[in-house]
Design a protein around this ligand. Sequence first.
Ligand SMILES: Nc1nc2c(c(=O)[nH]1)N=C([C@H](O)[C@H](O)COP(=O)(O)OP(=O)(O)OP(=O)(O)O)CN2
Ligand SMILES: [Zn+2]
Length: 147
Amino acid sequence: MLTITRRLEFDAGHRIPDHRSQCRNLHGHRYAIEITLTGELDDQAGSPERGMVMDFSAVKALANEHLVERWDHAFLVYQGDTEVAHFLASLPGHKTVVLDRIPTVENLARLAFEILAPVFAGHYGRHLTLTRLRLYETPNCWADAQA
Ligand SMILES: Nc1nc2c(c(=O)[nH]1)N=C([C@H](O)[C@H](O)COP(=O)(O)OP(=O)(O)OP(=O)(O)O)CN2
Ligand SMILES: [Zn+2]
């Protein structure tokens, strides 16, 4: 078994409604997501992924399709944060992602893991596992979700 990690970045807005300090204000981050996959190497003669766990460009394409393009330049709002959720819903065409949990970096990492784990597990016939998803909210603050 080997592990590979692909990093992607996106921008999103959020707020933590009951935070005791600054984070209750509407603000945004340049998030970075690190996707770590574990699996056996592709050993098929002539395969374009021979010697790889998974092509990094394929990791990027799947992560973009299922998560990053959906969250990039969106406002991530907790459904229970009703004032902000209603305000965002009143803006025509605004890119808003309504979440079932408060958008702390811990919750976002776990949610991203829940979304992406089945995507990668189902991608190949051979065994491939999302073993860790690390989400940076700032260069100094991150959370890890694991299998
Ligand atoms: N455990 C958590 N703590 C905090 C979260 C979180 O998601 N999980 N989020 C925030 C804020 O949203 C904010 O993103 C972080 O603010 P802050 O701690 O000020 O981080 P900075 O990188 O801006 O701080 P520096 O001191 O400038 O490095 C707060 N806490
Ligand atoms: Zn924040």
